[in-house]
Design a protein around this ligand. Structure first.
Ligand code: MN
Length: 316
């Protein structure tokens, strides 16, 4: 997806320390719009720019797209990150400047590595399901890899685990010895947790990772904290597991990784380190350089918002 935010230094979410787990912190999403779709933006936060390499978390839907165009995100550029598209309901058509054209369905991973630069569009296909529900996630590429050649992967065969009554799909990185085949560039985990029946279980964590959990559907609690859609639970490193209780039909996401230890500069759809990274990418997009063309989208590419270089200062 494309954020319309010029500056992702968002107002801080409300922070509550919960009595349930002394190390847990819960923040609230802020509502944003991506085209016609309302999203719950869970990351970044003012005081927490990334969790592991995860630097952007949008959760949208479930929304009715019955009889309407649905998602329409025109061609736009990215640098310095990987986009992770994961659907719970519905269909999305991805096109990119490498020539990829891929219909995304629930339970399948779309992973686009921007590296030095790529452009893509995302839209509901003409003949689409009536409901749309999913997450759009960004992984910051570590400094050593952020100029890699762009790439695109569509993966349907992903490791599945069970912990008690909880079903876990590891779509990125590793969890409990199961590793997604998706190419990532730092130690991390991205997993969807679903409860076909009422369930309670401990899900193992990598102690060197920090983690967040959020509920996308239904009713669930993690580390003793009830989480409805729009709430994000942060757990610092050292934990070896998290207790999860979920009602039948609930769905959660677990994202984590080794703290990045790098200061990111995020502006529009770019993740860089210096103001020069950002201004060069914006200039190249405006001039039709670097990113290539996305073919097949019936609409004009997105222009970058006005850029004020004075605001491009790095924050931890
Ligand atoms: Mn995008």
């Amino acid at each position: 997806m494309s954020t319309v935010d010029q500056d992702l230094d968002v107002p801080a979410g409300s922070v509550q320390l919960t009595p349930a787990a002394a190390d847990a912190e819960v923040t609230s999403a802020r509502l944003a719009r991506v085209g016609d779709i309302e999203v719950r933006r869970l990351l970044p936060l003012r005081h927490r720019r990334s969790v592991g390499a995860w630097c952007f978390v949008d959760h949208y839907g479930p929304a009715s797209v019955d009889g309407v165009a649905g998602m329409r995100v025109p061609p736009h550029p990215h640098i310095g990150l990987q986009t992770v598209t994961w659907l719970i309901e519905g269909t999305v058509l991805h096109r990119d400047s490498l020539g990829s054209e891929q219909l995304i369905r629930p339970g399948q991973l779309n992973l686009m590595t921007a590296g030095h630069g790529i452009a893509h569009s995302e839209q509901s296909p003409l003949d689409h399901d009536p409901s749309l529900h999913g997450v759009q996630l960004w992984l910051a590429l570590p400094d050593a890899y952020r100029q890699v050649a762009p790439g695109f992967e569509h993966l349907t065969d992903l490791p599945a685990l069970r912990f008690g009554g909880l079903c876990v799909t590891v779509f990125a990185g590793s969890l409990a010895g199961a590793t997604s085949p998706a190419r990532v560039f730092s130690p991390l985990v991205g997993a969807e947790i679903s409860a076909p029946v009422d369930a309670a279980a401990a899900v193992p964590l990598t102690p060197s990772h920090e983690h967040v959990l959020f509920t996308a559907a239904g009713t669930a609690a993690a580390a003793g904290t009830t989480l409805g859609p729009g709430s994000l639970l942060y757990l610092p490193p050292v934990r070896e597991s998290v207790a999860i209780t979920a009602r039948a039909g609930a769905r959660l996401f677990l994202l984590g990784g080794e703290p990045l230890g790098e200061t990111l500069l995020m502006w529009w759809n770019f993740v860089g380190r210096t103001a020069g990274d950002i201004t060069a990418a914006a200039r190249d997009w405006a001039q039709g350089q670097r990113f290539g063309a996305v073919h097949g989208y019936d609409g004009a590419p997105l222009p970058a918002p006005p850029l004020d270089p004075a605001r491009l200062t790095r924050r931890a």
